[in-house]
Design a protein around this ligand. Structure first.
Ligand code: NAD
Length: 351
């Protein structure tokens, strides 16, 4: 098995917590705190084994470092995973115990929403810990970050459309949204307003039913047919690593622009494969930063929604410029985005 510490991306701190009383297993990854405290959401997932959970938290926390650096935020990169099936074991007691675990990190890691963690869960965690953001507006927070994550993703998608089609409008574009959870559902509503033709897929039949109730016109594609489906734009909004050796040859789209973290299974290999296939990839660390931009305003408040929204709106221009630079220099866009993030980190590091 290859070392997970290989490469130049070493983490500052990785902590395993096991609350034996309720069998709560948590891994917190702090990647880099050059720019500020480590901030990133908590993912609740039924991993096949603990090594998979560790790999996920390492990839996710590293991604947060680059995302916040690129977004111009004074935040470090961190992320946590809770191991287990959220549908079976998530309850108030567990969330309170998770809050107590966060307190042991004394604010070195600040959490928020991610897969299977909702705004109500964050409010519950906050009963025991103050190291949380993404709290309900009624509790002095900035609300669910997912809506601004979706908005930033939508703007990144429009910037990519402008680059590819010469016009940013998504009207009549065939767009496949994979994963219609919190972010995917908000994205769907924005695309619907713009008169795009949207297809969706999700592993949760409950979720699909819920979406179809609100959007009866939306077409549901079976999971197994999704990647081969004829679409202009593919929007990954579920889990990571969906751009891989199996899926890339199947894709018929011209653009990939979605909210999922770590979409490229192997950054170097699969980013290049997309580039060679002339598929424009709007880098996830750039276009899904709307949520962290929103909670940033809460952290260093008082929260101002307009300020957060204005910050999210910078994603359009940044994405367009990176994609332009990519075609001019024949460099995959995710490499340009990461270089910009590394440059900011390098400038901020003490000599
Ligand atoms: P969520 O839990 O609300 O939704 C995820 C959805 O994906 C669920 O409906 C789930 O059933 C579905 N899903 C899971 N596995 C799937 C698969 N293999 N195929 C299709 N569907 C599948 O999570 P979310 O908060 O909407 O986050 C979605 C993605 O966006 C994640 O990768 C997350 O890390 C990323 N992200 C979220 C935010 C945010 O503000 N919530 C911010 C930045 C990035």
């Amino acid at each position: 098995m290859p070392s997970i510490f290989a490469g130049n991306d070493q983490h500052e701190e990785i902590t395993f917590f096991h609350d034996k009383k309720i069998n709560l297993k948590v891994i917190v990854g702090i990647h880099d705190t050059t720019l500020g405290p480590a901030l990133g959401g908590t993912r609740f997932w039924h991993y096949a084994h603990e090594y998979a959970a560790l790999q996920d938290v390492l990839r996710l926390s590293r991604g947060m470092t680059y995302k916040s650096a690129l977004a111009g935020l004074n935040l470090g990169g961190g992320k946590a995973v809770i191991i287990g099936d959220a549908r079976k074991i998530k309850n108030k007691t567990l969330l309170h115990h998770y809050g107590l675990i966060l307190n042991k990190m004394h604010g070195r890691y600040i959490t928020s929403e991610d897969v299977n963690i909702t705004i109500d869960d964050i409010a519950e965690v906050s009963q025991k810990s103050s190291h949380v953001v993404g709290l309900p507006l009624a509790k002095g927070g900035s609300g669910d970050p997912s809506s601004l994550t979706a908005y930033g993703t939508y703007l990144g998608m429009k910037a990519a459309a402008k680059g590819v089609y010469g016009i940013e409008s998504l009207s009549k574009k065939k767009i496949g949204v994979e994963g219609v959870g919190k972010v995917g559902a908000y994205l769907l509503s924005l695309l619907h307003k713009e008169n795009a033709t949207v297809f969706i897929t999700d592993t949760s039949s409950t979720r699909l039913k819920h979406i179809q109730k609100n959007y009866p016109f939306v077409q549901v594609i079976p999971r197994e047919d999704f990647y081969t489906y004829d679409m202009d734009i593919y929007a990954p909004c579920a889990l990571g690593a969906t751009l891989n050796t199996e899926t890339i040859p199947l894709l018929k789209c011209k653009i990939i622009a979605g909210a999922a973290n770590n979409q490229l299974a192997d950054e170097a290999l699969h980013g290049q494969q997309l580039f060679d296939r002339d598929i424009v990839y709007a880098p996830d660390i750039l276009i899904n930063a709307g949520g962290v931009m929103n909670v940033y305003e809460e952290l260093y408040g008082p929260y101002n929604k307009n300020k957060a929204q204005q910050r999210v709106e910078t994603i359009f221009e940044k994405c367009f410029n990176i994609l332009q630079q990519s075609s001019q220099t024949k460099t995959p866009p995710h490499i340009i985005a990461k270089k910009m993030a590394l440059q900011r980190l390098h400038e901020a590091k003490p000599c």
